[in-house]
Design a protein around this ligand. Structure first.
Ligand code: NAD
Length: 420
């Protein structure tokens, strides 16, 4: 059995279940499990914000540090109406294993505010971000816990958080968040890093399976940061991106979409829907398209037990966190679909966040080729490490990635002497 988020099972239950599967395969003893399985700290905050109307509205927010065993906690902040403490705990847990899979010296954390940022004015969004930053101030810091963007949070929001933290300290602290604007100590290549990591791990998968990337048919669900950049890289490598989507709808062209033109169209109009030269299809039709590479790059629970049998892709590359449910995992494995699990596939973002933090701490900045070259090396090495476990232990790819990440955290715990 495999586990990811489902409607009946919340994301955190799934994270615990996935942990047990990997811990059993690794034969970890109970002392180690007790040390590494659960979040170290969970902070729940009340975030009152003065709205433009003059009324004060209270939002709920969280910051969870799952692990600081291998280094400071690291993980994004999500602003979304569906944020719950259990979702944040699950995402923080996955961050711990993800940082270990790419072997960077960070633990796992995550934050979130239950809100609809699309309904807020810029001023309201700034006040919300700053108030939330003040509330989690005791937990964060460059040596303790370093937030970054996640769904519906941006480099501008990171800049407000950095500024709020720095005002409290009395001096500028660039390394407190990553994913910042370049003018504020951000890293070249950070914005594209998640999509690049998706591309590199898919390139490795194609090589492993003997699928030529040139001419490969690609379908991307979710055309935000991760999805649009991955789509553009597949397009540049000679892939044929048949369809892409966002919350407003899905577009399709059997001859392949001109992705740079779709990006420009979305920048102008706010959606991919209505792109000239493409037909509109339904979300379920997009997922069922026959293709070599399907990239779910939106949110959790995109591929479920109900629609998994409709997937006709050779490779599913999880750009999003938790897009494939446990029931769907079983169906995909049975149908011979090669899965690149989220904690490997989308780890490019946190890898370049680590590079950004290193540059901030050293006050010395790298050029973009340097960043991309180092990222490629890290992602391809991590892919090779996971593939080796997949082949040697006959573990499916999700279990193999969890075994790698959890095994590394367990080993750190052992050498720190935190269990006998
Ligand atoms: P984003 O806000 O930039 O983009 C999300 C996109 O998904 C938007 O285009 C939105 O319209 C679309 N979308 C939402 N629901 C959809 C649906 N039901 N059908 C089709 N499209 C839908 O967010 P992002 O940063 O690209 O994050 C996307 C996923 O990638 C999330 O799961 C996130 O946790 C994960 N991720 C992002 C990063 C990063 O660095 N940005 C790193 C690791 C993981």
């Amino acid at each position: 059995m495999l586990a990811t988020a489902t409607v009946e099972k919340n994301a955190y239950d799934v994270a615990l279940e996935n942990f047990d599967l990997a811990a059993n395969a690794l034969e970890l003893d109970d002392n180690v499990r007790a040390m590494i399985k659960y979040p170290e700290r969970i902070l729940s905050v009340s975030v009152p914000v003065r709205m433009d109307s003059g009324k004060t509205v209270r939002f709920e927010g969280y910051r969870v540090q799952h692990s600081t065993l291998r280094g400071p906690a690291k993980g994004g902040i999500r602003f979304h109406p569906n944020v719950t403490v259990d979702e944040v705990k699950a995402l923080a847990t996955w961050m711990t294993w993800k940082c270990a899979v790419v072997n960077i010296p960070f633990g796992g954390g995550k934050g979130g505010v239950t809100c609809n940022p699309k309904a807020l004015s810029l001023g309201e969004l700034e006040r919300l971000s700053r108030r939330y930053a003040s509330s989690i101030l005791p937990l964060i810091g460059p040596e303790k816990d370093i937030p970054a963007p996640d769904v519906y949070t941006t480099p501008q929001i990171m800049a407000w958080i950095m500024d709020t933290y720095s005002m409290n300290k009395g001096y500028p602290v660039h390394g407190v968040v990553t994913g910042k604007p370049i003018s504020l100590g951000g890293s070249l290549g950070r914005n594209e890093a998640t999509g690049r990591g998706v591309f590199y791990t898919t390139e490795c998968s194609c090589a492993h399976l003997g699928i030529p990337l040139k001419g490969a048919r690609v379908v991307v669900q979710g055309f935000g940061n991760a999805g649009s950049i991955a789509a553009n890289l597949f397009h540049s490598a000679g892939g044929k991106v048949l369809a892409v989507s966002d919350t407003r709808g899905c577009i399709f062209n059997a001859r392949g979409l001109d992705i740079p033109a779709v990006i420009a169209f979305k920048e102008r109009t706010g959606t991919v829907l209505g792109f000239p030269g493409a037909e509109t299809i339904k979300p379920e039709e997009l997922l069922a398209l026959e293709c070599e590479i399907l990239v779910p790059a939106a949110l959790e629970n995109a591929v479920t037990g109900e629609n998994a049998h409709t997937i006709h892709a050779r490779i599913v590359a999880e750009a999003a966190n938790g897009p494939v449910t446990p029931e769907a995992d079983i169906v995909l494995v049975k149908n011979g679909v090669f899965l690149i699990p989220d904690i490997l596939c989308n780890a490019g973002g946190v890898t370049v966040s680590y590079f950004e933090w290193v540059q901030d701490e050293n006050h010395l900045f790298w050029d973009e080729n340097d960043v991309n070259g180092r990222l490629e090396k890290v992602m391809k090495r991590a892919f090779g490490d996971v593939l080796k476990i997949h082949l040697d232990r006959k573990a499916n790819m999700r279990l193999a990635a969890n075994m790698l990440g959890i095994g590394r955290v367990a080993e750190t715990s052992r050498v720190r002497g935190l269990y006998p």
